[in-house]
Design a protein around this ligand. Structure first.
Ligand SMILES: [Zn+2]
Ligand SMILES: [Zn+2]
Length: 275
């Protein structure tokens, strides 16, 4: 079986992507056709929480304030009228766990994708609010990122941990840590093992400056040793990227010794043979 759960129905550009134009059956059909061509039997969407006004109940970061325009209940209702699984990409905001839980409980998601896009107020994968403009020690930043990811895992709020080593997003365009990355991964792996959250294998990394799969081999191998399970996604923002380089991802996963992927419905998880 192949799934693609971490998929967006529109690009991130705010001004050119109003909900009325992208949350439509015609647009969904383009995604479903792309999924069928890629042999993906279960397609789900997970819009960014920050595109919804509801997100401001959780966090008032300047980026969220400028992005929050749409109605979350309307999105959920629309997705439920299609053949898509219903997900959401929900940032982990440390200290706001209760507010996040309240928002998640109010909707009937099939799964919740947990992301760490910010360390403190700084963005990990975004030019605006770039965390690297205020933080110059890569080892300190990598540690903070994976500590935050550990918090996300331990919160119990999420079914899937998205792009788990997103901190490598910029590749050689930002300073590399001097310590073995495994040292930085360790707290997150421990939390993943304790929580049982599924770890996302995301082919989005191939399309980013780092130009490699999320997560790195070493991270994945530590997850395998810890008994973690994996979910597979493209993080597509256009139909053409649905199932992007899944052949490479599946071959890589088999190399890690992974033979099953996590499948979700109504926030219940089962494992299915991959491929
Ligand atoms: Zn993300
Ligand atoms: Zn995403």
């Amino acid at each position: 079986m192949l799934t693609d759960y971490h998929v967006h129905l529109r690009p991130d550009d705010l001004e050119s992507t109003p909900a009325a134009e992208f949350f439509t059956q015609a647009n969904v059909d383009r995604y479903l056709e792309a999924a069928a061509r890629a042999g993906i039997s279960e397609l789900g969407v997970s819009e960014h929480i920050h595109r919804f006004v509801d997100a401001l109940e959780i966090w008032d970061h300047e980026f969220w304030q400028e992005q929050a325009r749409d109605d979350l209940a309307a999105y959920c209702e629309f997705v439920r009228s299609t053949n898509l699984r219903l997900g959401i990409e929900m940032d982990f905001v440390p200290g706001r766990e209760d507010r996040i839980a309240n928002l998640l409980d109010a909707h009937d998601f099939d799964y919740v994708v947990g992301s760490v896009h910010f360390v403190g107020e700084g963005a990990v994968d975004h030019h605006a609010f770039d965390v690297w403009s205020s933080q110059t020690d890569p080892d300190r930043l990598w540690s903070q990122y994976f500590e935050t990811l550990a918090g996300a895992a331990r919160s119990g709020l999420y079914d899937i941990l998205a792009h788990p080593d997103l901190i490598k997003y910029w590749g050689g365009r930002r300073p590399e840590p001097t310590r073995d990355p495994r040292f930085h991964y360790e707290p997150a792996i421990e939390a993943i093992a304790e929580s049982g959250v599924a770890v996302e294998v995301s082919t989005a990394g191939y399309r980013k400056p780092v130009a490699e799969l999320y997560p790195a081999d070493a991270f994945a191998e530590m997850c395998v040793d810890a008994g973690a399970c994996f979910a597979l996604s493209s993080d597509a923002h256009v139909p053409e990227d649905v199932g992007h380089r899944f052949d490479d991802a599946v071959a890589t996963m088999r190399g890690w010794g992974v033979s099953e992927i996590a499948v979700f419905e109504g926030r219940q998880r089962r494992l299915e043979p991959i491929g």
